[in-house]
Design a protein around this ligand. Sequence first.
Ligand SMILES: Cc1cc2nc3c(=O)[nH]c(=O)nc-3n(C[C@H](O)[C@H](O)[C@H](O)COP(=O)(O)OP(=O)(O)OC[C@H]3O[C@@H](n4cnc5c(N)ncnc54)[C@H](O)[C@@H]3O)c2cc1C
Length: 399
Amino acid sequence: MPAKTKTEETMNFSLNEDQVLLQETIRDFVEKEVIPYAKEWDEKEEVPLNTLKKLSSMGIMGMAVDQKYGGAGLDTVSIAAVIEELACGDGSLALTVAAHNGLGSGHISRFGTEEQKQKYLPDLASGKKIAGWALTEPGSGSDAAGMKTVAKKDGNDWVLNGTKMFITNGSIGETFVVLAVTASEKAIHELPPQKKITAFILEKGDKGFRAGKKLQKMGMRSSDTSELILENVKIPDSRRLGELNQGFINTLMILDKGRVSVGALAVGLAQAALNESLKYVHQRETFGKQLKDHEVIRFMLADMALEVDTARLLVYRAAAVAAEGKQFTLEASMAKLFASEMSMRVCNKAIQIHGGYGYIREFPVERYLRDAKLCEIGEGTSEVQRLVIARELLKHYKI
Ligand SMILES: Cc1cc2nc3c(=O)[nH]c(=O)nc-3n(C[C@H](O)[C@H](O)[C@H](O)COP(=O)(O)OP(=O)(O)OC[C@H]3O[C@@H](n4cnc5c(N)ncnc54)[C@H](O)[C@@H]3O)c2cc1C
């Protein structure tokens, strides 16, 4: 399956031979197994579980997991390439895969004990079980440390109570990472977030733990977003993930990687919008000539291509810095912020180029715009990214 635009090929300077092969394999899969069905999945608002099974057999559901636990052990650049290609076919599918790999499995991979990794990662890597990651609550999103879910020690066990909100893979997931406040009630208001929150692994079937309402969304409709309800869920201390009260700090590290994936997802959606626009300008005639021969339309295409590539460069820079094992908070937030806002602009322009046809569901560009909006919200809103970027800039500025 060839690249659609020339710069998609020249952008490959940042990919090695294996990564280009991987990109081509996923592009081919998306062409045959995703693009023809994405519209139907969106309408039915259903996760395409069979397609996830096919991706599992290709190793994609375990792409971030170490080979020792049955995963493919891919680096951050390869993962970004996979997410971008999937999003070019279906944003929801890319979101499902990204949340499973980067958030749920990623947190266990990075901070789990050897015992926890052996217990959970093989099933997650093979796609037998889907992972979810639960930070957000009905009353706390950007201000994640304001969470109300509590875990109280009871002998050698923990008892968790609370509600999580907007959890990707909430209904279909079987293994969850859940963040909860572990400081005593007395200390809760005195302690900073980095000293009062802990992560736990919850399993579908734990008594008192269930998915709540499945949420109906504007976009990303064939990804699963649900509430999670925890009522006196008793779990042993062996399910504590990471050091006690280190959950928030660990979460910030997980979010850095997640933001590179959301950036890649946004780039994939925008590339799809550009591809559809390039096709359409050859089909539609107005005032006696094809749309592609109107200068205003050409300028729109040029701006779209420029924006997509600019964002892609930022995303692959962040991925490359992460793959080198360096600090990449600033690069990740820049990539996520620019790529998601770019995606909205480019998808919006694609609708404009399609005129009335862009506004109806027969053409995919309206879906791309609906899906792209999530990228400005999930894993830290655009406003939060600006706060992070400014904080990082000031932190590193030396007088
Ligand atoms: C489809 C979908 C999937 C998601 N998946 C997951 C998941 O798997 N796991 C998970 O834990 N969460 C998930 N989320 C939650 C997501 O991360 C939050 O929605 C997001 O972080 C924003 O939080 P909020 O919705 O509470 O908005 P709020 O925090 O209430 O923000 C509302 C508005 O105020 C702005 N704002 C807030 N604080 C400030 C400030 N200090 N300065 C300037 N502006 C500010 C925000 O940018 C935003 O514009 C998902 C959300 C959606 C929609």
